[in-house]
Design a protein around this ligand. Sequence first.
Ligand code: KG4
Ligand code: ZN
Length: 338
Amino acid sequence: MAITVLGIESSCDETAASVCIDGKIFSNIIASQDIHARYGGVVPELASRAHMQNILPVVDQALLKAGLCLSDISAIAFTQSPGLIGSLLVGAQFAKSLAFSLAIPLIAVHHMQAHVLANLICETDSLKSPGFPFLCLTVSGGHTQIVICNSPSHLEVIGETLDDAAGEAFDKSAKLLGLPYPGGPLVDRYASDGNAGRFHFPEPRIPGLNFSFSGLKTSILYFIQNEKEKDTGFVEKNLADICASIQGRIISILLNKLKKASAQTGIKNVCLAGGVAANKGLRKAFEETGKAMGWKTFIPKMEYCTDNAAMIALTGYYKFIDQSFSPLSVTVSARADW
Ligand code: KG4
Ligand code: ZN
């Protein structure tokens, strides 16, 4: 009998649902919450409220697109951690209620594991996916990690950020430039017309495979303050070059550590994941680095990089195979512990 998993994602400001049948994705529905843009960041209470409004129609659409009804589902997978507690609670309560009423298993999924496993998503048989073990650089709004993935259920974090995540580095830099939230995609867009060598921002010296982005943020702040004292229109006149230079530095910080991780582990199957993996400059530089280093490189499709439920449903599928189910008493957690 087919294993049909309904995945639900609600860890931050995206309400999403997806259907995965025997490891293949049949629907991937996402409702984004535009309301946060006017506040310059995600407002947790508003996010929870929007999840409550969106979750039913999103799940309905995911089932409709897959041509299924509730009685076809084998299990419900949901994001259990990490994330905003109120947001997680909406998805978790919905998943629990549905699992209880249908008398089917409930599967708690770690959001960061799911981002990594997005590299295994296939919609057709022809799509290639990485063999094990593979290295994954996961770069999102809340996390920056290098992970060894030995199998879908055996992941090992070998490097992570000590302060800001790569997505925060993008968003906070964008805010300093007066761009609206979330600034990452806008920095990406302006950077494509800019000269990355025009302005220099220092690379932090962090030992091992860990990252730090707080120093970069401070250097950008002082740089902008200094230049604005000389010319109040400096940012507007040089926006593309500033964005390209900031983006270039973030990319070099990320890829230098990834090269180090590959050299240390000897793993040459290398993947990207997370919202920042949607960045065009990073995708290009990652492919170029891969070619130069003799890696086999993999990047999920754009819709599977940013928060989505397909990655939750697929992780749920692997956990279903392992019979790794959760009791209805399982609680959500804001923390990222694996
Ligand atoms: O993985 P994700 O959707 O949510 C979290 O789990 O955090 O990542 C969101 C982050 C935000 O910081 C957003 O600005 C960043 O990904 N992001 C980008 C781009 N698209 C999304 N950053 C740079 N360039 C992009 N094109
Ligand atoms: Zn995420």
